[in-house]
Ligand binder design. Structure first.
Ligand code: NAD
Length: 520
């Protein structure tokens, strides 16, 4: 623990001295305006360092750099791109401890998860590197008299806008496929967690990603983020964040007809039937909500339990939740750390009163913890109904809402009774019910008898207010690339002849070329 703290202090001091600059066209630069903003440690809200605060001028420089770098990067063959992305993965692994410590310090996420998040980022780069060569592959679609085929080509410079929960891993999840596809990138990370985006840019540069291929502009969403979504040289926006911001991004991108991929919020149901393996279900319920401080888009924030086992199951959850270790995010024993920012802390705390006013039971927690930092006690709301705000709104903290249900139809009605549709978790040993229920859930991803276990080739994304589009495997390339159809005639057929009738025989109609013009 002391060695971890010492290392983190050393890394923090170095970043405090250097500050965080933009990385544009291969150079580390300040904002054109000279403005900066502070980033804070959620454990005590002390300043970690200052970051350059980008505006439209910085975004314009970055978009031009990405535009200029695009022809050479797209022309590089897949093997060469693969080699560079492999190097990125290796460097992430070399610096994994540094990434994990700085991410933990900047976001409040427990170090135990940030170590695996860094490893997953390396895996993302390797996974898409292996597919770089085949990214352009299309389909052969023979038709009578035609050789008809498709190819994929990178769409151009893209904007990547990321949130503050596990920011390093999520940035890799977007930037790796974009680069493998042959796109160039302007990355705008979240203003509450800018530190590790800087590390990623350093690593990409060191790995030999050519200048201008990846550019980083720090700054606020309403300034730098907005300018990125409106820039005419940026062809698409890959976005992860809140549903309301996703909607803004579509509006802002409308004038330049941006392609947008939106990975948004969730209020994901975990449905537990009485016939399930209840021990495993209980482990999964606690883990899928309280890990990553509950700041996880796929967290199972609504627990739906069959009425016959409701009391016992809820009591089992309550016992575990009361026992969760809350502490300094850099302590390897910590299970839940502080929330990212005082604003998020206030938002989460506001639901304690909302739950009480709406008539739910605050079975565990429901209060802040200590006087320093953004710590809340892991919280459990029981006896909730689907119409309560705690059952409808994304709270994004270590706060779980438990709702009883009567039968399968009731469970499905409650599960689908929210505006979101990202993930669903289903616990039953009845195989017919499992398939039918999974198909009935209005969500993009369903796990049956499991917590969220990510499989990179499988599609990741949501329905309804949880998003538009899918990531993962080839689905990512569908977003970062244009599909082109090429049709080659093989049977020498002729097109219908036009304009071969006897001159003057046609009745003059609107649009017939005048005699005089033809003579000219
Ligand atoms: P947010 O929407 O507040 O911010 C996300 C990013 O958008 C930030 O970089 C921010 O600066 C930028 N932004 C804000 N306003 C903008 C604008 N007008 N134009 C362009 N960019 C703008 O989200 P957050 O609070 O950082 O992240 C938490 C949210 O992200 C939660 O809702 C969570 O569910 C969601 N999330 C979804 C997934 C998923 O895969 N579906 C994954 C992680 C997080």
């Amino acid at each position: 623990m002391t060695a971890t703290m010492d290392k983190a202090s050393e890394l923090r001091a170095a970043r405090a001295r250097s500050g965080l600059k933009h990385f544009i066209g291969g150079a580390w630069v300040d904002s054109a305006s000279g403005e900066t903003f502070e980033t804070h440690a959620p454990s005590d809200n002390s300043v970690i360092t200052h970051a350059a605060s980008g505006n439209a001028e910085d975004i314009d420089r970055a978009a031009r750099a990405a535009h200029d770098a695009f022809p050479a990067w797209r022309a590089l063959d897949g093997k060469a791109r693969r080699k560079i992305l492999y190097k990125v993965a290796a460097l992430i692994e070399d610096r994994a401890e540094e990434i994990a410590l700085l991410e933990s310090l900047d976001t409040g996420q427990p170090i135990r998860f940030m170590r695996s998040a860094a490893a997953r980022a390396a895996e993302n780069f390797r996974f898409f590197a292996d597919r770089a060569e085949g990214a352009q592959d299309g389909l052969s679609l023979p038709a009578k008299g035609f050789l008809n085929y498709t190819v994929r080509q990178p769409i151009g410079p893209v904007g990547v806008i990321t949130p503050w929960n596990t920011p390093f891993m999520l940035s890799s999840w977007k930037i790796a496929p974009a680069l493998a596809a042959g796109c160039t990138v302007v990355h705008k990370p979240a203003e509450w967690s800018p530190v590790t985006a800087t590390l990623l840019a350093e690593i990409l540069d060191e790995a030999g990603v050519p200048k201008g291929v990846v550019n980083l502009v720090h700054g606020y969403g309403e300034t730098a983020g907005k300018a990125l979504t409106e820039h005419p040289l940026i062809k698409a926006i890959a976005f992860i964040g809140e549903s309301s911001t996703g909607s803004l991004i579509q509006k802002q991108g409308a004038d330049t007809l941006k392609r947008t991929h939106l990975e948004l919020g969730g209020k994901n149901p975990m449905v537990v039937f009485a016939d399930a393996d209840l021990d495993r279900a209980l482990d999964a319920a606690v883990f899928m909500l309280y890990s990553l401080n509950g700041q996880r888009c796929t967290s199972s924030s609504r627990l739906l339990v069959e009425r016959g086992i409701y009391e016992e199951f809820a009591a089992g959850i309550a016992e575990r939740v009361a026992n969760i270790r809350v502490g300094d995010p850099l302590d390897p024993d910590t299970e839940v750390g502080p929330l990212i920012h005082p604003r998020q802390f206030d938002k989460v705390c506001s639901y304690f009163d909302i739950a009480r006013q709406d008539g739910a039971t605050v079975a565990v927690g429901g209060e802040r913890l200590g006087d320093t930092g953004n710590y809340v006690r892991p919280t459990l709301f029981t006896n909730a109904r689907t119409d309560m705000r705690i059952a409808q709104e994304e709270i994004f903290g270590p706060v779980l809402t438990v709702i009883p249900f009567d039968d399968e139809a009731d469970a499905l009605r409650i599960a689908n009774d929210v505006k979101y549709g990202l993930a669903g978790y289903l616990w039953t040993n009845d195989v017919t019910r499992a398939h039918n229920f999974a198909q009935g859930l209005d969500v993009g991803m369903v796990w049956v008898n499991s917590e969220n276990v990510r499989h990179l080739p499988s599609p990741f994304g949501g329905m309804k207010a949880s998003g538009i589009g899918r990531d993962g495997g080839d689905y990512s390339f569908d977003f970062y690339m244009e599909t082109k159809n090429i049709a080659v005639n093989l049977d020498g057929h002729r097109a219908q002849k036009f304009g071969v009738g006897e001159r003057g025989s046609a009745k003059p109609t609107l649009g017939t070329a005048p005699e005089k013009k033809l003579a000219e």
